[in-house]
Design a binder for this molecule. Structure first.
Ligand code: NAD
Length: 503
């Protein structure tokens, strides 16, 4: 078994001590046997081996969370003090920004400068935002009759199991922890097995900030074992999950055993509509960002672009130009890199197989269409893929219907607003959508008609801790972020009061 702490030197020269154990009761401890080895996606070389939880280890973490829930150091902690603990955590994260950005870049493949200027801002901002909510989640007083009234209290749901994906390792952890902690729950968090490292540093800071033992427990582990054990554990009151729709179905089944409260953030095939009156430069800029940023590994990626036929050819050639001039491929450490390697060889293979099958079906390639061969010998085994643009006329290909989760987009023409809306909605998903037009009426009309949890007008991928995030249809259940995110982590208790003795 690996040591519980290893000294590492990242490719950008950062030296640090990486905890590798399971974080339970504020201590790093050994798992009962399994391990996960994290690889650098740019080189295919190992970074570190961490302990992976067995179902018995998960049970230990859940029991720690259960005990912490009842412990006066957490249960009786005034909500304002809880908020201050969260504020302290945000401060510590701020002090470790470069370290977190280094780890997520190394582990996930995203460019370091992006991790630092986007992921870290979002992660710290979310913890800060929810620290402010800790003492502002009130109940109501409800008048009933002259002799009686009722009031409601918002109480924590209890022990919360949180299962997160690999595309924004630290941000996803913070989206989940922020509202859960603000509302006084205790947590067992399972990071994705592809990116196990940054969450363990977060664990270290959680202890340093002063959170009582057992309030946050972090167990790396494989989905089918540790994830499933968490989702089915009888002492877990709620499961919050972000990941694929297929896994969400499994989780619903496992959670059904004890009727757990659930929130699910799952996949998408988000449409982006460009009307003929749109500002074309803006539409191209945002639609490129909407699919090609984060290596295309974004659940809300606007991966189906529908463009009015009057402007179709000029949009297509400008989009191609944007890809060729902006999507510079490179390793995580080069400041000019726009697109790093895909997260794992499995994702790389999956994306390439979508590209190959589309080509075989005769879908036209505008640019890209294969793996990228890096110029540096050090990166020859990295998981690099060319940003790829397809075009055609039919919506039937897998590339138009299924989530690829990579830098692959399909751009299709439409003739009328009704047709664009109908095709945008012709999907089992409903996460994000974007509309480009200068016509205010059309913008709001289309935003209302599109079946999605979020719509961007003349933009793509805006995301803010203050604004609810989530999907409809098979893209999820419930909302994260914003005030709506608190709903997922509190339950309302009604107290009926009889003030007189006569009735
Ligand atoms: P995934 O569903 O395979 O894994 C997500 C998490 O679930 C991981 O922690 C994994 O270990 C765990 N898991 C896997 N099988 C499990 C099981 N049987 N029981 C319990 N837990 C299990 O997804 P992924 O490949 O890691 O991530 C990519 C997918 O996530 C994409 O489809 C993407 O759209 C989706 N995603 C959605 C959002 C969103 O907010 N809607 C955000 C990011 C990613």
């Amino acid at each position: 078994m690996p040591d519980l702490f290893v000294d590492l030197v990242a490719p950008n020269g950062t030296r640090y001590t990486q905890p590798t154990g399971l974080f339970i009761n504020n201590e790093f401890i050994a798992s009962s046997g399994q391990t996960i080895t994290s690889l650098d996606p740019a080189t295919d070389e190992p970074i570190a081996t961490v302990h992976a939880a067995s179902p018995e280890d998960v049970d230990r973490a859940v029991n720690a969370a259960k005990a912490a829930l009842a412990h006066p150091s957490w249960k009786k902690l005034p909500a304002t003090d809880r908020g201050q603990l969260m504020g302290r955590l945000a401060d510590l994260m701020e002090q470790n920004r470069e370290l977190f950005a280094t780890i997520d870049a190394w582990d996930n493949g995203k460019p370091y400068h992006v991790a630092l200027s986007e992921d870290l801002v979002e992660a710290i901002g979310t913890i800060r935002y929810y620290s402010g909510w800790a003492d502002k989640t009130f109940g109501q007083t409800i008048s009933t009759t002259p002799e009686k009234f009722a009031y409601t209290i918002r109480q924590p749901v209890g022990v919360v199991g949180q299962i997160i994906p690999w595309n924004y390792p630290l941000s996803m952890a913070c989206w989940k922890l922020g509202p859960a902690l603000a509302c006084g729950n205790t947590v067992v968090l399972k990071p994705a097995e592809q990116t196990p490292l940054s969450a363990l540093i977060l664990g270290k800071l959680i202890k340093e900030a002063g959170f009582p033992p057992g309030v946050v427990n972090i167990v790396n582990g494989y989905g089918r074992e540790a994830g499933a054990a968490l989702a089915g554990h009888p002492l877990v009151n709620k499961i919050a999950f972000t990941g694929s729709t297929m896994t969400a179905r499994e989780i619903m089944k496992l959670a059904a055993g004890t009727l757990k409260n659930i929130t699910l953030e799952t996949g998408g095939k988000s449409p982006l509509l460009v009307f003929p009156d749109a500002d074309l430069e803006q539409a191209v800029k945002w639609s490129h960002f909407g699919i090609m940023s984060n290596q295309g590994q974004i659940c809300t990626a606007t991966s189906r672009i529908y463009v009015h036929h009057d402007i179709f050819q000029s949009f297509l050639s400008k989009f191609k130009e944007a890809v060729e001039t902006t999507s510079k491929i490179g390793n995580q450490w080069d400041e000019t890199t726009f697109q790093g390697p895909q997260v794992t060889r499995a994702q790389y293979d999956r994306i390439l197989s979508y590209i190959e099958s589309a080509k075989k079906d005769g879908v036209e390639v505008v640019t890209g269409g294969s793996a990228h061969t890096p110029s540096s010998a050090k990166n020859k085994n990295g998981y690099f893929i060319q940003p790829t643009v397809f075009t055609g006329s039919s919506d039937t290909h897998a590339i138009v219907r299924e989530e690829v989760f990579g830098p692959v987009v399909v751009i299709l023409p439409f003739a009328s607003e009704d047709e664009a809306i109908q095709r945008a909605n012709n999907t089992t998903y409903g996460l994000g959508a974007a509309v480009f037009t200068r016509d205010l009426e059309r913008a709001h009309r289309v935003a209302a008609e599109i079946e999605a949890g979020m719509v961007w007008v003349n933009s793509s991928q805006d995301c803010d801790p203050r604004v609810p995030f989530g999907g409809v249809k098979q893209s999820g259940i419930g909302r994260e972020l914003g005030e709506a995110g608190l709903e997922a982590y509190t339950q309302v208790k009604a107290v009926h009061v009889n003030m007189g003795n006569r009735l």
